[in-house]
Write a protein of this length. Structure first.
Length: 101
């Protein structure tokens, strides 16, 4: 799709999601290079706001948002990581993260 370009993604990541330009550029590049399955699901959400039911290695966008405190974009990128490097991604997700209060 022609509307799914780095520059259009960067623009909307900044205006609608609060990313800085410095943060938005690499995120947009990562989104454009997602696996076709993840990219299709992401495009649907990007255009409609509806999160589909894509599941990879037992994880969904909803589960990553709820149990891992990810925003929607990070959750899609994590699903892509699970699709491309499942061993590394699973180890990282199982290890968890620390909170700083």
């Amino acid at each position: 799709m022609s509307e799914f370009t780095d520059s259009k993604l960067v623009s909307r990541l900044i205006s609608d999601f609060g990313y800085s330009e410095w943060e938005a550029r690499p995120v947009a590049e990562d989104l454009v290079s997602c696996t076709p399955l993840v990219k299709t699901s992401f495009k649907h959400w990007w255009n409609t706001g509806e999160i589909g039911d894509l599941e990879i290695q037992g994880y969904t966008v909803q589960k990553l948002m709820k149990y891992r405190n990810m925003n929607t974009i990070a959750a899609f990128l994590t699903l892509d990581w699970l699709a491309t490097e499942p061993e590394k991604a699973l180890v990282s997700l199982k290890r968890g993260y620390d909170y700083i209060k």
